[in-house]
Design a protein. Structure first.
Length: 381
């Protein structure tokens, strides 16, 4: 047999092997999709064989999801949630998902490529990615808040029964309820699940102040420990990758260990909290000087509470957002995009309109989306 024939035969065998592997992968994906009910989306398969060309962000996006629109970044896609449901567009403005249902007060939280949309005061919950509704849940009581972790597991906090009885429920990535914590008294603000799906915390407000019961293992009725902060309002909670729980109050950032022991990471008693962002193991604080107009600073802290970057401010911040190493800030008179060290990134978008804009959403690669009730404008770096 000639060398050319041997080479051709080897190529045919190699191609046959690659085709067999690809067929197994696709058939496995179809089976999993049918079992889980997620639907079929072959864009990722085509991406294996055809490199995805970067899509330039559109100058303007058109979302028709009703009133009270809120937006989320889905790792290269933009989700809008409104009173009429969910709509997802890619950066070019092309629709990739639509789900129509009614909500009175829409809200959305996103992490990586998944998001959870929920109706505050209602019962509707949807977990979705750029092309699929992954799970649809009806809560058993009026929803107060919801959260989602990196594994796609999510929590829903509701107010049920008489008085201030609250309930926080943990769902797995397919929307099956796996744990339920009943708060006998106090008002449930929110709940959070650790990145490894093993620890669960509930932020509860009572007459004595703020309480955070923690449940480890999701297999017992009573909490393993409860942290109480008398006379102070804790605003939000967030798990670090280490398993430690962060709690931010009106004057400090606190870390709780597995045993419920607290340690103040950073305090700002002499300043006013203008805003904050939890992003993985990073915290961004917007602090204002008391009685000095809009003078203040932006701080980026690591999970240990150490300052990693600082920016002095003298302008009013209307909205701020962080994603993928970039910080987008909407001022009363313009828009700025920074890197994670608060160095300004030049913008190439022409004729940026501020009319009707009241929120900013940081996107990937230093892009952003400026939004309002009737406008959604793409901002390019």
């Amino acid at each position: 047999m000639s060398v050319d024939k041997k080479t051709k035969k080897k190529r045919r065998r190699l191609l046959g092997f690659v085709f067999s592997i690809a067929s197994i992968i696709i058939l496995t994906y179809i089976s999993i999709s049918l079992i889980t009910g997620r639907g079929l989306n072959f864009s990722w398969v085509m991406g294996i064989f055809t490199p995805r060309a970067p899509v330039e962000i559109a100058d303007e996006f058109f979302f028709d999801v009703g009133r009270d629109r809120v937006f989320a970044n889905l790792d290269g896609f933009i989700a809008s949630v409104g009173t009429l449901g969910i709509q997802v567009l890619d950066y070019g403005g092309n629709e990739t998902l639509r789900d129509t249902f009614r909500m009175a007060r829409p809200a959305v939280r996103a992490l990586n490529s998944r998001a959870i949309a929920f109706d505050i005061g209602g019962t509707a919950v949807r977990v979705f990615d750029s092309g699929n509704i992954i799970s649809a849940v009806e809560a058993s009581g009026p929803i107060i808040s919801a959260s989602i972790n990196r594994n796609g597991w999510f929590t829903v906090s509701t107010q049920e029964g008489g008085g201030l009885r609250g309930v926080a429920t943990v769902y797995n990535s397919q929307g099956t309820a796996v744990y339920r914590a009943n708060m006998g008294s106090g008002y449930v603000l929110t709940s959070a699940l650790s990145p490894d799906n093993r620890s669960f915390a509930v932020l509860n407000l009572a007459d004595a102040g703020s309480r955070i019961p923690q449940f480890h293992g999701l297999n017992q009725r009573d909490p393993d420990n409860t942290f109480v902060l008398p006379g102070t309002v804790i605003i939000d909670i967030h798990y670090l990758s280490t398993g430690y729980l962060l709690a931010i109050s009106t004057d400090s950032l606190i870390a709780l260990d597995y045993g419920g022991a607290a340690r103040t990471l950073f305090d700002f008693f002499d300043e006013r909290l203008g805003g904050f962002i939890f992003y993985d193991d990073m915290i961004i604080l917007h602090l204002l000087e008391h009685g000095v107009g809009h003078s203040g600073k932006l701080l980026r802290l690591n999970g240990a509470g150490q300052i990693q970057a600082e920016l002095s401010l003298s302008r009013e911040i209307i909205s701020m957002s962080f994603s993928g190493g970039h910080m987008a800030v909407l001022w009363s008179d313009g828009i700025t995009v920074f890197d994670e060290n608060f160095e300004k990134i030049p913008l190439t978008s022409d004729n940026i309109t501020m009319a009707g804009v009241n929120r900013i959403l940081a996107l990937s690669e230093g892009n952003a989306l400026a939004t309002g009730e009737h406008v959604a404008v793409g901002i390019r770096n």
